[in-house]
Ligand binder design. Structure first.
Ligand code: FAD
Length: 266
């Protein structure tokens, strides 16, 4: 690990001004990715700005419209929140299935979404539930946020402050996980939103989370497992690695989507 200056931010605005003061400064949330990247010398920030003390980035708010998670909400906090479990159960369940106990106790929703790992779980929730990413400068619709592998719409110096998830009529997430890391080899979130529209978001299968329009259309016509059972997603462009080939991942998308619909109806 290279030497760096450690700073603590007292608020999102404080973090933004500290970030702006040093060209090579980086934010530290749960450190689950950042610290490992620094140890491996894949990242060498001049300054590390710790968000843990920024009170306005913490907290979970639930009202009749939805759930807003502060960027520093730890996965374990979201998983055990009775309010989240009641309002958007799929969100609590998804958070509870991330990594292991240590990762869940340290990792944050904002860090996960900003990092946009192609196999991360939260991007499927953000896209599948049609959430809005709130930042220090603006609000970004889920459909505009995830641009590519580890690439998002965040501009340099922009910090995620919270994410607002609307309450869905029904939703479920099914993940075929890597048994070692628990990252998604394929994860599918199916949601029927309050207006009746359906979203199907897939993580782990491609370079970035994506929606499956054919499945959404079929489920809007008939929200049943049978509606997606024969819909195939082309393997072209999907990930092939030591864990699974693209055609296997393509097959898993249909299987996980069908199971997610079953779970959403249960
Ligand atoms: C062993 C292991 C297993 C894991 N398994 C899973 C899994 O099954 N599913 C899954 O989804 N994830 C998994 N993860 C990832 C983990 O859950 C974290 O979400 C992820 O590492 C990043 O979150 P963090 O809070 O630790 O962020 P950090 O590592 O602190 O930061 C990550 C990046 O985001 C930036 N950042 C942080 N907060 C903000 C913000 N508010 N605004 C803008 N940028 C910000 C940082 O500068 C950095 O570039 C795993 C990680 C490990 C180490």
């Amino acid at each position: 690990m290279y030497a760096f200056r450690y700073q603590t931010a007292s608020s999102a605005a404080d973090a933004a001004s500290r970030l702006a003061a040093h060209e090579d400064a980086k934010l530290l949330a749960g450190g689950q990715t950042m610290i490992a990247s620094m140890k491996l010398r894949l990242a060498s920030p001049s300054d590390l700005i710790d968000l843990a003390g920024a009170a306005d980035l913490h907290g979970i708010t639930v009202d009749a419209k939805g759930v807003t998670l502060g960027a520093m909400s730890r996965h374990a906090e979201v998983a055990r929140s009775a309010d989240v479990q009641k309002a958007i159960p799929v969100l609590a369940k998804l958070a509870g299935g991330i990594g292991d106990r240590m990762v869940r106790n340290m990792g944050t929703m904002g860090g996960s979404v900003a990092n946009n790992d192609p196999a991360a779980d939260y991007p499927a929730a953000v896209l599948g539930l049609n959430a809005t990413v709130n930042t220090t400068t603006c609000s970004i619709a889920a459909d505009d946020f995830f641009l590519g592998m580890y690439e998002t719409a965040l501009q340099p110096g922009e910090i995620i402050t919270s994410i607002s998830f609307p309450i869905a009529k029904r939703a479920a997430y099914m993940k075929f996980k890597n048994p070692a890391s628990r990252y998604a080899m394929v994860g599918v979130l199916v949601a029927q939103l309050a207006d009746g529209s359906v979203r199907v978001a897939v993580t782990g299968a491609g370079p970035v989370v994506f929606r499956v329009a054919a499945m959404e259309k079929a489920l809007e016509a008939s929200f049943t497992p049978a509606a997606v059972a024969s819909i195939k997603v082309p393997a072209e462009g999907l990930n092939s690695d030591i864990h699974a080939q693209a055609d296997y991942r393509a097959h898993l998308i249909t299987v996980m989507a069908k199971r997610a619909v079953e779970a959403a109806l249960a």
